[in-house]
Every structure is written in structure tokens, then in C-alpha cells.
Design a protein around this ligand. Structure first.
Ligand SMILES: [Zn+2]
Length: 131
């Protein structure tokens, strides 16, 4: 089985039309595997794939599993380091256990109190978003 320019041209056309590899193979008189292999070598991609669409569906459910800490969820034992932009809906607070006597978890204590001269990302806007 040889791939001449004409055959490759037809492969590209049928591929772009969204035919299955099996169907393309039938029309070109080659095996399905030959079509897959050739398409791969030609870098043919971007066909609308039903698998991809399912992936998109899965994504929001995954997001819902993430625990979102809002200000009302916070207690003296939960890190109140704000994460994200308060204007965005995915804004939340860290919510990890705090270091005794500190308002933040270890990680965010380090971030908050590192080098006073530096412009460390201090959560100055926590108060504003409380209501
Ligand atoms: Zn934290």
C-alpha cells in the first residue's frame, strides 16, 4: 500500500469531514491502522471528538468537590488567608488549621510575616469583604 499525494489529499479531506478512521480506510482501500498511522504522521488533529466533550462535562463536578471556605466558615482555628480575588466567585479562604496564637496556618504565617521590608502579599482586604 502506497501513499501518493492524491491518496493523502483524500485522507486529509475525509479526516476533516469527521469520518471514522475505519470509514476512511474503506474508501481509500487501506486498513484502519494505516489511516491512523498516516494521520498521526501528517499531524492531523482537531477533529471533533466525542471523548473530549465528555471531559468538559466532568470538569464542573470536580470543582464542586473542592471545599470552599467563606468568612462564615472561619473560626479561631482556621486559617483566614484569602485565596484568589474577592471579586471572583471562586474566592475563598485557606481554612487549614492555624498555628496557636496566629491567624494563619504555617504556610501563610510564613507568607504573611516574611521580611517586613518586602511587599509581602498581606491580606489587607479581609475586613472589607466581611459583609
Ligand atoms: Zn493558610
Amino acid at each position: 500500500m502506497g501513499w501518493n499525494d492524491e491518496k493523502i489529499g483524500r485522507l486529509k479531506k475525509l479526516w476533516s469531514e469527521g469520518l471514522t478512521t475505519g470509514e476512511i480506510g474503506k474508501r481509500l482501500g487501506v486498513s484502519k491502522n494505516a489511516v491512523v498511522g498516516k494521520a498521526h504522521r501528517l499531524g492531523l488533529k482537531g477533529r471533533p471528538s466525542p471523548i473530549k466533550r465528555q471531559d468538559v462535562k466532568v470538569a464542573p463536578a470536580k470543582k464542586a468537590e473542592t471545599r470552599i471556605f467563606t468568612l462564615t466558615d472561619l473560626s479561631a482555628q482556621t486559617c483566614r488567608w484569602p485565596i484568589g480575588d474577592p471579586k471572583h466567585e471562586d474566592f475563598r479562604f485557606c481554612g487549614k488549621g492555624v498555628i496557636a496564637g496566629k491567624p494563619y496556618c504555617g504556610e501563610h504565617c510564613a507568607a504573611a510575616y516574611v521580611g517586613s521590608g518586602k511587599s509581602a502579599p498581606r491580606p489587607a482586604n479581609t475586613q472589607e469583604t466581611a459583609t
